[in-house]
Write a protein that binds this ligand. Sequence first.
Ligand code: NAD
Ligand code: MG
Length: 374
Amino acid sequence: MILLGSTGSIGTNTLKVANAFGLPIESLSAGKNIALFNTQIHQYRPKNICIADINDATKLDMAYIKAQNIRVFFGEEGLLDMIKASQSTLAVNALVGYAGLAPSLVIKQCGKKLALANKESLVNAGWLFADYPITPIDSEHFGLWYLHTARAIHRLCITASGGALRDMPLDKLPFATPAEALKHPNWSMGQKITIDSATMVNKLFEVLEAYWLFGIQHIDAYIEECSAIHALVEFVDGSITAHISHADMQLPIAYALDEQKAKSMRLIPRFDMSALTNIHLKPIDSKRYPVWDLKSTLLAYPKLGIVLNASNEIAVGAFLDSRIDFGSISACILESMRYFDSIKTHTLTDIQDIRALDSEVRAFSASWLHTTRP
Ligand code: NAD
Ligand code: MG
């Protein structure tokens, strides 16, 4: 298989599952953590590797790479070339952010199975994948897929943990530090998605992800602090079914890699049913999560996901660099969504349109944060 983003949280879990299933790794890619990448290269012996920055080439274990005749690719173009040069029919995209979109499109173009953790691909360009089967690596969407049947569906519901700052007093929230916002209560994930969970942007992304995957517009989300229930489906007949499991990404990853094997063995701890007594579903409060007010606009105009994603990436980057406070992330997104409101009536068709809008929003958001922000 091909694994993009092997050194991240989903990437390392994917390698554990691939190991348990005896799946060979043909191609691996990583960003900046070359020390871990060298270890993975030794352990999994891929035929092709790619790193994001050619300047990190000196950190690679070149003696081993040469001895094993491993082909090395660099940068964004190199990553796309590596996908095209690979024989594997299964590709896991565990990259984070907008950088994952072009690789997803090339995986589609090559006709390979797309196991998609990079939800930003769908947030930015869901319609470009409308005719292509995607296996989602996201606990809520795996849950929805698990519950999905031929019966008529009334609505889809996904859950949110509430993120690291769910109990912080509201008057302190705007000034939360990166260290506080990165302490997720239930999941151990990459930095960006952990911040996206604290602002509730991650749930907006997941609403759009569910919309593009299942083609259903009636989608709600609730806070469920234990991360035991991941998804619920309400059927037209009045029944509701829920997907419950221990919070562990190896379950959705296992199904994405090999459904037959995933069905026949358990990789994650058994769920303790006594924990169900503590479970409550609560509405998402837009006083704590101001971006949540954007949900219905995004479902009515899903291509606004490009504006949401670009402004969020700029703001989260600035927050993690301690250039802005936590409250400014949501303020920047809301301001960008207001400024780009006319996009609702624009026709966005291809990747060039997406790129142009993405750059425009990034420039606007960066300048707003720099100059206008209160
Ligand atoms: P992460 O930050 O832990 O890992 C990202 C990986 O991508 C790393 O290998 C990194 O080196 C690589 N990378 C980052 N930027 C890159 C670039 N510009 N070019 C090339 N490589 C680059 O992130 P993660 O938590 O594993 O999340 C990955 C994706 O999966 C995200 O889209 C996230 O929203 C989604 N997701 C994650 C989880 C989770 O539990 N972590 C759950 C559901 C969905
Ligand atoms: Mg999720």
